[in-house]
Design a protein around this ligand. Structure first.
Ligand code: NAP
Length: 258
């Protein structure tokens, strides 16, 4: 059995809904102290209330990952509320689609700014507390899109998600001496509000291309984040874990029929 994570202080960015909410609830179930972060306080507060109702400890914070001052305030809130930052889940992300030829400079900057620069700013803000404690766990939410696969409309998104892995590898080397690990979860297609917004056709096509014939759940991703946060994963750093029901495996449509 894994050692309990009870009492650890966890920040989850982008946890008012979707995968981040799933991660926050999962750490709440482990009796961690969870800071639920999003740009809308009322939505973050609703998730913090859910964690409380399930017997956990949680607080909500309004913060935008693209703003350095917000990320520093977020880190201060976690320390003032829970006394430390043991685990950071840098999860906040956006995936608006725009094909090349239509994609504007603003579209590109906005996706890179949230997904990649937001990862850097959230990690940078939490580092002083983790370094002082000589330990910490950083878990990035990347994607299969970019690091492994491509999808029309998501060249900027894919670049941001692959960029997170480049960031992770050097961060893992720099932070190893402080006992801080940096790893990434790479979700396939996971049932979230944002994914549902892509439409029924998208969802049906994706289900058909997954060998397990279902989309993933936010809990599937949260369980992987929990593993990277565990004491048992202390010697794992700079690694990425694909959680996609086998979606990247088939070489052709025929391979799915067998
Ligand atoms: P979602 O349901 O839209 O949730 C996104 C979360 O991020 C929300 O809580 C949102 O809250 C927050 N957020 C967005 N921009 C933010 C910002 N600038 N500052 C702070 N918070 C921000 O999306 P999701 O599907 O759960 O995706 C979460 C992560 O998983 C993303 O990094 C995404 O790339 C990745 N991912 C998702 C899938 C999937 O199938 N769903 C697959 C692969 C990877 P506010 O709007 O209130 O700020």
């Amino acid at each position: 059995m894994f050692k309990p994570l009870k009492g650890r202080s966890v920040i989850v960015t982008g946890s008012s809904k979707g995968i981040g909410r799933g991660i926050a609830l999962r750490f709440g179930l482990e009796q961690c102290s969870v800071l639920v972060v999003s740009r809308k306080f009322s939505e973050a507060k609703a998730v913090a209330t859910e964690i409380f109702a399930a017997g956990g400890i949680a607080k909500a914070a309004e913060a935008d990952v693209t703003r350095q001052a917000d990320m520093e305030a977020m880190a201060r809130t976690a320390i003032e509320s829970f006394g430390a930052i043991d685990i950071l889940c840098a999860n906040a992300g956006i995936f608006p689609a725009a094909k090349l030829g239509i994609m504007t400079e603003h579209d590109f900057d906005s996706v890179i700014g949230t997904n990649l620069k937001g990862t850097f700013l959230s990690v940078a803000a939490c580092l002083p507390a983790m370094k002082a404690k000589k330990g910490g766990r950083i878990i990035l939410t990347s994607s299969i899109t970019g690091p492994v696969t491509g999808y029309p409309g998501w060249s900027h998104y894919g670049a941001s998600k692959a960029g997170q892995l480049g960031f992770m590898r050097t961060a893992a080397i720099e932070l190893a001496a402080y006992g801080i690990t940096v790893n990434a979860v790479l979700p396939g297609n996971i049932v979230t509000e944002a994914l549902a917004g892509l439409g029924d056709d998208y969802v049906r096509n994706m289900e058909a291309s997954v060998p397990m014939r279902r989309l993933g759940s936010v809990t599937d991703i949260a369980n992987a984040a929990l593993f990277f946060a565990s004491d048992e994963a202390a010697y794992i750093t700079g690694q990425s874990l694909i959680i996609d029901g086998g979606q990247i495996l088939p070489e052709s449509l025929a391979a799915l029929e067998g």
